[in-house]
Design a protein around this ligand. Structure first.
Ligand SMILES: O=C(O)c1ccccc1N[C@@H]1O[C@H](COP(=O)(O)O)[C@@H](O)[C@H]1O
Length: 229
């Protein structure tokens, strides 16, 4: 049975976090980007996020590696998603500051050619995430990628599909592309930050009915070929 990593992002409420974790998702995401509608400050995350029984992903946008480190230490986040223009050097630095905390680099894709950006991150992050490009908003936009175009590309690391996924279109998306994981935010909510548990349940039911097993951890990194192999 193939495994699929399933992350539900933009969680703001402890009761919903616990209920969604109990449904069997792989990870929950918490938005650490000020001035966005699902934002939680470090003090708003502290005291409950750390004890959730799944991978806890903090979503950051062009924040300084030291700021991210302080945030992780204060909240109990167990993975970081870098959703801005973070360079490979920033990702590498974060790995030095936060050993054992996996890094997910988000790339906001406008054209298939943008996938070329991925190769620069092979040595410094564990996983890639592909989101749709929006000119005004960094994420949580509900905008989908062009899955049939994406199917023509390839990536050098395990990757997560994001961007406008919901229980109604997930089947179509997964019939066209084969990511290692999926990430949903606005497609499973009533309003920003308020999740619709019925939609999360419908999503998981669909995935399981298609024969996927929901992963309990990020997909392992594919070993890179060595010079002699
Ligand atoms: O969700 C947000 O508010 C957000 C803010 C800033 C950066 C990223 C954000 N969310 C990420 O956006 C994608 C897709 O969301 P959607 O399913 O299209 O609503 C997802 O990876 C979230 O982690």
């Amino acid at each position: 049975m193939s495994q699929l990593f399933v992350k539900i992002c933009g969680i703001t409420r402890p009761d919903q976090a616990e209920a969604i974790a109990a449904l069997g998702v792989s990870a929950l995401g918490f938005i650490a980007v000020p001035n966005t509608p699902r934002y939680l400050s470090p003090s708003a995350m502290a005291g409950w996020v750390g004890s959730l029984p799944v991978l806890k992903v903090g979503v950051f946008l062009d924040q300084d590696p030291h700021t991210i480190t302080t945030w992780v230490e204060a909240t109990g986040i167990t993975a970081v998603q870098l959703h801005g223009q973070e360079s490979p050097e920033d990702c590498h630095r974060l790995g030095e500051l936060l050993p054992g905390i996996p890094r997910i680099k988000a790339l906001r894709i406008r054209h298939l050619a943008d996938l070329a950006l991925a190769s620069a991150y092979t040595g410094c992050v564990e996983t890639l995430l592909l989101d749709a490009y929006h000119p005004q908003q960094a994420g949580g936009t509900g905008q989908t990628l062009n899955w049939s175009e994406l199917a023509q590309g390839s990536l050098p690391l395990p990757w997560i599909l994001a961007g406008g996924l919901n229980p109604d279109n997930i089947g179509q998306a997964l019939s066209q592309v084969t990511p290692n994981g999926i990430d949903l935010s606005s497609g499973v909510e009533v309003k920003p930050g308020d999740k619709d548990l019925g939609k999360v349940q419908a999503l998981l039911q669909h995935i399981r009915s298609q024969g996927w097993e929901i992963a309990t951890a990020l997909p392992p990194r594919i070993p890179l070929p060595t010079a002699t192999s």
